[in-house]
Design a protein around this ligand. Structure first.
Ligand code: ADP
Ligand code: 5GP
Length: 226
């Protein structure tokens, strides 16, 4: 594709949707890939806006037709990025942002190593739990088993962090948004101050904030290898 491909992943509840929606207000020319999913819409979600909500049979047909750039099963449902999203963004001369899970991200990074990959890191398990809880209360869907499963899943997902080029610790929202903007604009040849901010977010840079966040998840081995 002609534009830049951005991949964003995060453990559920880290604040990825919040960050992405802030980013889209600050940065022009970003196309957002609307994924296909077999899960049901939540709250005010609308078909064709957040996702294309489709039946399992139709998803399986699209797999058979090789219509997906990547797909994965997440929390018992299928999610996939249609290849047509890439074509559409290229036609419109826009950069494309994929909000996908770690399994899908590994597929895309393998196929398109030039993609700019960003992992959104929750600052600690306690904060992640609080955010998951707050959101579930807001959506009237509190289920202890779901929260516990998501926390467990988060630990597993952290193992993929080093396959991403950048990591943003989403502690306070405003600086996290500024970092995300700096990464996007740097990929588009931003100025030196933006480049410096983006460089601090490189997973290879091993910032103190990232190390602390990883340590708080008891991922001490990973934190040491930074
Ligand atoms: P995700 O898309 O990663 O699952 P959300 O964007 O839905 O996560 O965020 C989960 C919850 O955490 C939401 O209630 C959101 O308002 C809140 N949240 C997100 N980022 C922050 C932040 N930096 N500080 C405090 N709360 C946040
Ligand atoms: P949710 O159901 O909370 O919207 O999303 C659950 C997870 O599925 C999130 O981690 C989200 O990034 C991921 N996801 C959404 N769309 C896709 C997709 O097209 N492909 C893959 N692999 N994951 C996706």
């Amino acid at each position: 594709m002609a534009g830049i491909l951005f991949i964003i992943s995060a453990p559920s509840g880290s604040g990825k949707s919040t960050l992405v929606s802030e980013l889209r207000q600050l940065v022009e020319g970003l196309e957002f890939s609307v994924s296909y999913t077999t899960r049901l819409p939540r709250g005010s979600e609308t078909d064709g806006r957040e996702y294309h909500f489709i039946a399992r049979e139709r998803f399986e047909q699209m797999m058979a037709d090789d219509a997906f750039l990547e797909w994965a099963e997440v929390f018992g449902n299928y999610y996939g990025t249609a290849k047509s999203a890439l074509h559409l963004a290229a036609e419109h001369h826009r950069d494309l942002l994929l909000d996908i899970d770690v399994q899908g991200a590994m597929q895309v990074i393998g196929r398109m190593p030039e993609a700019v990959s960003i992992f959104i890191m929750p600052p600690s398990p306690a904060v992640l739990e609080k955010r998951l809880r707050n959101r579930s209360v807001a959506e009237h869907m509190t289920d202890e088993a779901v929260i516990e499963r998501r926390l467990q899943q988060a630990r597993g997902e952290l193992a993929y962090l080093h396959s991403y080029r950048y990591a943003i610790v989403n502690d306070v929202l405003e600086p996290a948004v500024a970092e995300m903007r700096a990464i996007v604009l740097t990929a588009r040849h931003g100025d030196a101050s933006l480049q410096a901010l983006a460089a601090q977010c490189e997973t290879g840079h091993g910032s103190v904030r990232l190390r602390r966040a990883l340590e708080s998840f008891a991922a001490v081995g990973q934190a040491k290898s930074l």
